[in-house]
Design a protein around this ligand. Structure first.
Ligand code: OGA
Ligand code: MN
Length: 225
């Protein structure tokens, strides 16, 4: 299924469809989108426990396992091309960038969902976003991501972080929680399959606690460029 993936990181622009696509979004999806947006507006960190449907979760999980098997996932760097922090101990995940041009229906479905969600945010919150980027992420046992925010020091395009978890039967003893340092205290969020979180990329300090089993997600950023 994934053999045809072009594993060179080339053009990360993925908005290959026109912005009118929302017209086909069924009301059920808009309801889900609004629940996540409302949760963000109320709590500073939005949480939706059933944002991805089960078949999509299964497909994306299989993609990560296949990418691992084919050695296509690589340790994530810190910072962007211009500024590279020297502390590679910051984060332990391996990543692979998504692209709507990849020959994979689950990847395409996810990116369409992200497009529709971004447009719903623009419609309801006037956020004016016009681009995004997403990658698969796989944290091996014992790894995490130290406290950080998601905007680069020399690039403020990232507006919102949208993280989608893919882990079945996750238990508290497995660790791997996302700790979000919100104004009214730390929120600890377990990375359960189907759960999606939304927060401000510039201001929300957050970290991933090390886990005792491997941890899979789709992580990305809604942008204004
Ligand atoms: C990130 C990140 C959080 C998580 O990739 O920048 O903070 O819970 N991920 O995976
Ligand atoms: Mn982050």
């Amino acid at each position: 299924m994934l053999q045809k993936l072009d594993h060179k990181i080339k053009n990360r622009k993925i908005l290959s469809r026109p912005f009118t696509y929302l017209a086909t979004t069924i009301p059920f999806m808009q309801q889900q989108f609004n629940e996540l947006i409302d949760s963000y507006l109320e709590n500073e960190i939005g949480i939706h426990t059933h944002f991805l449907h089960p078949a999509l979760i299964k497909g994306l999980q299989a993609n990560i396992l296949q990418l691992q098997k084919e050695n296509l996932m690589f340790p994530a760097g810190i910072g962007n091309r211009g500024i590279k922090d020297d502390n590679q101990q910051m984060r332990g995940d391996q990543i692979y960038w998504m692209d709507a041009g990849h020959d994979n229906l689950f990847e395409q479905e996810f990116l369409q969902l992200a497009t529709d969600f971004m447009l719903q945010m623009n419609r309801t919150c006037y956020t004016g976003m016009n681009d995004f980027e997403f990658h698969y992420a796989h944290y091996q046992t014992g790894t995490g991501y130290k406290p950080h925010t998601d905007q680069f020091a020399n690039d403020n395009h990232r507006q919102f972080s949208l993280i989608n978890y893919l882990n079945d039967d996750w238990e508290e003893k497995d660790g791997g929680a996302l700790w979000a340092h919100a104004a009214d205290g730390i929120q600890k969020i377990s990375p359960d399959a189907g759960k999606t979180v939304l927060f401000n990329s510039e201001t929300m300090l957050h970290e991933v606690k090390p886990s005792t089993r491997s941890r899979m997600s789709i992580t990305g950023w809604l942008k204004q460029i």
